[in-house]
Design a protein around this ligand. Sequence first.
Ligand SMILES: Nc1ncnc2c1ncn2[C@@H]1O[C@H](COP(=O)(O)OP(=O)(O)OP(=O)(O)O)[C@@H](O)[C@H]1O
Ligand SMILES: N[C@@H](CCO)C(=O)O
Length: 320
Amino acid sequence: MKTVTGFASATIGNVACGFDVLGFAIKEPGDEVILTLHEESSSESPVSIKTIHGDGGALPRDPKKNTSSFVVLKFLEYLRNHKGIDFQGHIDLELKKNLPLSSGMGSSAASAAAALIAANELLGGPCTKMELVHFAIEGERVACGSAHADNAAPAMLGNFILIRSYNPLDLITIPPPDQLYCTLAHPHIELRTAYARSVLPRSISLKTATEQWGNVGALISGLLTSDYELIGRALVDVIAEPKRATLIPGFYQVKEAALGAGALGCSIAGSGPSIFAFSSSAATAEKAGTAMRNAFLDIDEHLEADIWVSPVCREGARIL
Ligand SMILES: Nc1ncnc2c1ncn2[C@@H]1O[C@H](COP(=O)(O)OP(=O)(O)OP(=O)(O)O)[C@@H](O)[C@H]1O
Ligand SMILES: N[C@@H](CCO)C(=O)O
C-alpha cells in the first residue's frame, strides 16, 4: 500500500480581457487529493472515492462524475493506450475540498490537477506535467460542459498560461512580474460556470473584438516587461464583464473600491462571483482587500466575502 498527497491551488481564468485563453494560479487556498494504491483490484472501477471532506455532500461520489477521479481514469486509459502500462490495481481517493464550489476560483480544476499530480507520482512519474494538463482540461467538461483550459492549465503548470490554440493544444507560460500581487474577494454566493457562460453573446462585432485583442496583447506585454501601469490599463474586458456583472451583486462598487485603494485593475475572477484585483505591492493588495470586503458589506445584500492576497504561484500542482 502506498499513499501520495497532491495539492493544486485556486486559479483565476480570463484575467479580464483573455476570455478562455488566459489564466493564472495563486498560492493558496487549494484542494488536496490523497491517493492510496492497492496492488489488488477490488471493484469494477480502478478508482473509487473513499471520502470527500468540506463539500457539505454537494459533490458527486461517482468516480466518473467527480473531476478528481474522472481525470485519474483518463490518465490510466492514456497509460494503457499510449505507454503500454496496464494498471491492474486499485486507487482509493480522498478529496479535501478547500475551495468553494461555483466560485470563479477554479474549484473543479484544482481537484483535477491535485489528483493528477498525485496519480502520476503514485505510478512512478510516467507523464510530464504538460501531458497531465490534457486530462485536467477534460475534467472541466465533466464539471461545467465546456473544456476551457484557463483554470486547468495554470492549476497544473503555475504562472500565467496563455492558450494560443486549443486544437492542437498550445500553451505558453508567462512568468509573473516580481511585485505583482493578486487580491481575491469571494462573496458568499454561488454562480455556476455553465450558467455564467450561457449569458455570453454568441457573436461579437469587429469593433468589440479589436478592442479586446488590443488589451490581450497589451496585458501580455505588460506582464513580460513588468510594466505595472500597462497591466492596469490592459485589464479591460468588453465581452464577458458587461454581461456577467449583473450576476454579481455589487460588482461595480467592489471594483471601484479596489481601484480607489490603489489597485492597478480589477475584474471578475473566471466566471464569477469572485472578483480579483492586481496591485504592485503586497501592502496595496491588502488595502484593496479590505476595501473590497467593505464594499460587499455595504451593498443592500450585505454580502460577506473571504479575501486572499497572494503573489502568482509559479510552481503549479505539487506533491505535499
Ligand atoms: N472535484 C470537484 N470539485 C468541484 N466541482 C466539481 C468536482 N467534481 C465535479 N464538480 C462539479 O462541477 C460543478 C462546479 O463547477 P463550476 O465550474 O461551477 O465551479 P468552479 O469549479 O468553482 O468554477 P470556476 O471557478 O471555473 O467558475 C459542480 O456542479 C460540481 O458538481
Ligand atoms: N473562462 C471560463 C473560466 C471559468 O472560471 C469562463 O469565463 O467561463
